[in-house]
Structures are given as structure tokens and as C-alpha cells.
Design a protein around this ligand. Structure first.
Ligand code: FAD
Length: 456
């Protein structure tokens, strides 16, 4: 009887799962293993919102494996040590894992490879599990990754993702002990509106969103920036935990067809783009991808006000409060809150990126750090000194103020677009509303930023 181990990481699904398929094909029995990894906790990635979502994902993965005659085996501790222990207990000859992108994932892979060699077990790291196109699959002639999205996207389209795979019909698991599944209800400090996780939930959401008669894929091109409309897919946490495969999403969106579905596929390519940048430049998670010689300000009071959604700029505060409540924020709000922090307040992008990572359920090193760098103008943005005017953005993407009304209730009584400039109200009304005065006039922030970047 041959045994292999399938080590799940950010690929918590049974559908379109090349690593699981290879593990099932390559042996009579498979140990589907998830290690609650102490290293992830030490690295600061184990936050309440993501831990809650992860608990749902593991329960759903266990259910998916049970439908196929298997189950999920949970262990806790150092990942290398736990995998080696399972290999020794079962006599497994191979361990299968999704090839990672971050520095942490690569170091984990290296450590595993070394330790498994000692027990004469092979490690197979599978490409194309986490992203639709593996990092490094397409490259420009003169370097190891693309630094500009448009040429990357051209090559991405030409290469096309592989065909999605069906879930295995049966998974036979040997007898071995494991720990109980983590429970979402045992996690404390979770934001009240965190979505439910898990492959089943993700698949239902995907099908419903693709087929939605008014929002969804068909309306994506025109409405993806509509803040109060909230019509984007909200699939990012599922992509982050791998409960949905990016490859399958591309395939299903293309099957649906139309300009909206194509615009959605383009966003999935952005995800791959950031992953291939991080894979080639793991240091970009912490250091400027392209330095602009910034000497950032650091005002603790301003940073606290930004985090709490009390900057006095309603559209910024709405986004920050959505993040606190849901552990998720609309992309347009992410862009303008990040621009406000880095350009209007001229604060280091790492401060904002850390706060986002602390709260976002989809908090992802590649997408988060590189989008932050994009917003700060230290990343791959071809217009690094562009500043998003909060008021112009608010008028364009929340014209009636409904997004602000939803998240900043103390302003809810203000009619229409007047909600975006409460500082214009008379003194007594402002006093009654209990809403802070603006931290800064955006025009002053713009001038300061331009001076700092030597553009004045
Ligand atoms: P949709 O609009 O439905 O798009 C579908 C999918 O495409 C998303 O789920 C996501 O996987 C991908 N995608 C969309 N936009 C982007 C983008 N700009 N870059 C990379 N991938 C994209 N996304 C994360 O997944 N994790 C993060 O930690 C993260 N941090 C961000 C921080 C900042 C400052 C900014 C500006 C953006 C960040 N994004 C991040 C990208 C984007 O905001 C989210 O992916 C998107 O809002 C998720 O909502 P959705 O699933 O409804 O997206």
C-alpha cells in the first residue's frame, strides 16, 4: 500500500486542485493534511478575521473530502516537523504542495525539501494552483518578471490558463490521529461583518454572482467602481484562501462571456501580475519596489484617526469603517483611503499596509503590499505622483452619498452630495453632528506631497 501526503496551504479546495489530483493519482492512500502553523502566527499573518474565515474553510474542505470517502487531518505546530512526523507515521513516499510565491512560502518549501530528504521522501511543489498563470511562466526578454501590467497582460492572454480539473472522485485516507478542526466560534476579536468562508460558500457565491441578472459579471465593466452599488464579486477572500481556483474563475467567466466578464478576467490577471512581481522580488513586501527618496511623516494622532475612520473626510472614513466592520473594503475605497494616507497625509505606505493586513480577510502579501506601493507611487504605477482627490472621487463614485450614509451614520441626515463636505455646514449643525473637522485641507496635503517629491 503506497501513501502520499497532500499538504494544503492557500489552496483549500477539492475542485481544480492539481496538487491533490497528483497526490491521489500517485498513491493508494492520501493524507490530506493541514498544519495550523506556528510560523504563520509568528510572522503576524494569523489575525482574528482570517482565522475565523480559515475555520470555515477547513470545515468545508473536510466536508468535501468526506463526500469522497476521506477527511482532513489537522496537526498543530511547526510545519516541517509535523509533515515529517506524518510521513514517518504513514511511510509516505511523497508530499504534494502548491508552489508558493511569498518569501515565507519559499522558505517553507526549502525547509520541507531538506527535511524530507532525510526521511527519503520526495517533495512535489505544483505550479498553477495559487494563480491562473504561474509566476515566471511569461517574462520579458531582458528580465525575470514584468514591471508593467499592460505588456504582462498581453502575454498572459496569449499563454492562457490551463484547463480546470474536476475534483477527485474518491480520496482514501489511512488511519492516523489528528487534532479537532478549529472552530470559528472559538476565535475572539473578529469584526462583526466577516463573510462566511469555505469552498461550498465560495462556489455558491461565484455561481450566483456570474448569473446575477442586474449586477454580477454582466454589469462588471460599468459598475465595478460603484461604491454604494457594491456589485463586485467579493470573491477575494476565496481567492486568498484558495477555496476557489483563479484558473476556474477565468474559465467560468469566459464561458459567461461579454465585456463585463472580460473586465473581470483582467482583474484576475492583475492578481497574477502582483504575484509574479512578489515571486521575483520578495523584498517588495517590505521595501520600495522603486524608491522615490521619501522621508515620510509619522503623526500618531493622524494615523489613529485614519485607522478609526475619523479623519473628517467622509469618503475616507466610510472606507475605513467598512474595513473595521467587515474585514473587507471595496477596491475604489481601498484606492482612495491608501492615496489619502500616503499622499494627502504623506505617511509611509507600510503603516497602511500593516493595518490592512491586520483586518482584511483577503489580506494577501502580494496583492496588499504591491497595491499599497502602487497607491504610494513606489511600486509599478506608471504615474507615481498622481493624487486621488477625495472629493472628486466621492462625487464620481458615490454621487448621492449613499456609501458614506451607510458607514458614517452621524452624517446620514445630510442630503445628497452635501454629505461629502460637512465642513461647509454652519457651526451649530456641525456641533450637533459630532463629526470631526478635517485633519487637513486636501489642497494643503497635495502641496506638501508635491514639495516632498520635488515637483513644485
Ligand atoms: P473584483 O472586482 O470582483 O475582482 C475579482 C478578483 O480580482 C478579486 O477578488 C482579486 O482577487 C482580483 N483583483 C481585483 N482587483 C485587483 C487588484 N487591484 N490587484 C490585484 N488583484 C485584484 N486584494 C486582495 O486580494 N488582497 C489584499 O490584501 C488587497 N489589498 C489591497 C490594498 C490596496 C491599497 C488596494 C488599492 C487594493 C488591494 N487589493 C487587495 C485589490 C482589490 O482591492 C481587491 O482584490 C478587491 O477589492 C476585492 O474585491 P472583489 O473580490 O469584489 O474584487
Amino acid at each position: 500500500m503506497t501513501v502520499s501526503v497532500m499538504l494544503f496551504t492557500s489552496d483549500l479546495r477539492v475542485h481544480d486542485q492539481p496538487a491533490l489530483r497528483a497526490a491521489v493519482r500517485g498513491a493508494d492512500e492520501v493524507v490530506p493534511l493541514f498544519v495550523v502553523d506556528r510560523g504563520v502566527r509568528r510572522a503576524g499573518f494569523d489575525t482574528p478575521n482570517r482565522r475565523a474565515f480559515l475555520a470555515d474553510c477547513l470545515a468545508s474542505l473536510d466536508a468535501g473530502l468526506r463526500e469522497r470517502g476521506g477527511r482532513l487531518v489537522i496537526r498543530t505546530g511547526e510545519v516541517t516537523e509535523q509533515v515529517c512526523r506524518v510521513v514517518t507515521e504513514t511511510g509516505a513516499a511523497a508530499v504534494h504542495i502548491a508552489a508558493g510565491v511569498s518569501g515565507y512560502a519559499k522558505r517553507r518549501e526549502d525547509r520541507l525539501r531538506g527535511a524530507l530528504k532525510e526521511v527519503r521522501c520526495a517533495l512535489h511543489a505544483h505550479d498553477g494552483v495559487i494563480t491562473a498563470l504561474p509566476p515566471g511562466e511569461v517574462t520579458p526578454a531582458d528580465r525575470d518578471h514584468f514591471a508593467v501590467f499592460t505588456p504582462y497582460f498581453r502575454r498572459w492572454e496569449e499563454a492562457g490558463p490551463r484547463a480546470a480539473l474536476a475534483a477527485p472522485r474518491a480520496v482514501r485516507v489511512p488511519e492516523l490521529p489528528g487534532h479537532p478542526l478549529p472552530r470559528r466560534t472559538a476565535v475572539t476579536g473578529v469584526s462583526p461583518g466577516v463573510a462566511r468562508g469555505g469552498e461550498r460558500e465560495g462556489r455558491l457565491r461565484l455561481s450566483a454572482w456570474l448569473a446575477h441578472p442586474r449586477g454580477g459579471a454582466d454589469a462588471y465593466e460599468e459598475r465595478h467602481d460603484d461604491l454604494p452599488g457594491d456589485t463586485t464579486s467579493r470573491l477575494s477572500p476565496h481567492l486568498h484562501f484558495g477555496t476557489l481556483s483563479a484558473t476556474e474563475l477565468v474559465q467560468r467567466a469566459r464561458k459567461r462571456g461579454g465585456p463585463g466578464a472580460e473586465a473581470f478576467v483582467r482583474q484576475l490577471a492583475w492578481r497574477d501580475f502582483h504575484h509574479q512581481v512578489l515571486a521575483a522580488r520578495p523584498d517588495a513586501a517590505h521595501t520600495d519596489y522603486r524608491t522615490r527618496g521619501d522621508h515620510w511623516r509619522s503623526d500618531e494622532k493622524e494615523i489613529a484617526a485614519w485607522k478609526e475612520g475619523r479623519t473628517g473626510c467622509p469618503i475616507v472614513d466610510a472606507g475605513m469603517r467598512q474595513l473595521l466592520h467587515e474585514g473587507w473594503m471595496h477596491n475604489r475605497a481601498r484606492l482612495l483611503t491608501a492615496s489619502y494616507l500616503t499622499k494627502t497625509l504623506y505617511t509611509d505606505w507600510r503603516v497602511g499596509a500593516r493595518h490592512f493586513l491586520d483586518l482584511l480577510v483577503d489580506g494577501d502579501l502580494a496583492n496588499n503590499q504591491l497595491n499599497w506601493q502602487w497607491a504610494a507611487g513606489t511600486g509599478t504605477d506608471t504615474r507615481p505622483n498622481r493624487i486621488l482627490s477625495p472629493l472628486a472621487q466621492a462625487k464620481r463614485f458615490d454621487p448621492q452619498g449613499d456609501y458614506v450614509r451607510r458607514w458614517v451614520p452621524e452624517l446620514a441626515e445630510l442630503a445628497g452630495a452635501s454629505i461629502h463636505r460637512p465642513q461647509d455646514l454652519d457651526g451649530p449643525t456641525r456641533a450637533r453632528l459630532d463629526y470631526p473637522d478635517p485633519l487637513i485641507d486636501p489642497a494643503d496635503g497635495r502641496a506638501r506631497f508635491q514639495r516632498a517629491r520635488g515637483l513644485d
